[in-house]
Design a protein. Structure first.
Length: 198
């Protein structure tokens, strides 16, 4: 029987292991972060990518979902499609990485300490494919956050403002993510309280 993430697992915020380097081939070069206006073509781009992933991986795909800012209508975002891919065991990279490499994806991140997360990058069109296991609370968190922003315009605006304010600091995208993290966690905690999880 599939294990369901606990309330504590879902509501716990993750702080990266300062010792564990997530980069498969070393840190990538800094690239400027650009926030663009909402693009109504983003959902269709996700659907095309999802069709290709499902065709390449077949039954290895347990679930696939459009997450991140491009999945929220009306939200400005980086022009990058974020996708959550659920597989039986992210550690078994041979079951999915070679087939995804044939589609142009590159394995860039491996985080054993964070739910065995893997991330593969596609350059054209830009996409980040996040790989998790079937009992991963982060998948639940991503979906909850997406659905909350879709139905709560005040928090959607607050998040967009935080994203825009985080851009001028420069550095790597991880630095940008760290600068907007306090607002993200505020929204998560508000959402969790509203859902009766805190």
């Amino acid at each position: 029987m599939e294990r369901v993430p606990t309330r504590h697992e879902i509501t716990r915020h993750h702080d990266p292991d300062p010792v564990e380097s997530p980069w498969v081939d070393g840190p990538p070069p800094d690239e400027p972060v650009a926030i663009v206006a909402p693009d109504p073509r983003w959902p269709a781009r996700y659907r095309r990518l999802a069709e290709q992933i499902r065709a390449a991986l077949g039954p290895v795909v347990l679930d696939l979902d459009h997450v991140g800012s491009t999945s929220v209508p009306g939200l400005a975002a980086k022009d990058v499609i974020d996708i959550d891919l659920t597989v039986g065991d992210p550690r078994d990279e041979s079951a999915y990485v070679p087939a995804l490499q044939n589609l142009g994806y590159r394995l860039t991140v491996r985080e054993p300490g964070w739910h065995q997360h893997r991330c593969l990058r596609l350059d054209v069109p830009r996409a980040n494919l996040h790989v998790f296991g079937p009992d991963c609370p982060e998948v639940v968190r991503h979906r909850m956050f997406r659905d909350w922003l879709r139905s709560h315009p005040d928090d959607r605006e607050s998040y967009e403002n935080a994203k825009r304010a985080a851009v001028p600091g420069g550095g790597h995208v991880m630095d940008y993510n760290a600068r907007k993290q306090p607002v993200i966690r505020e929204i998560y905690d508000r959402m969790f309280r509203a859902e009766g999880l805190l």
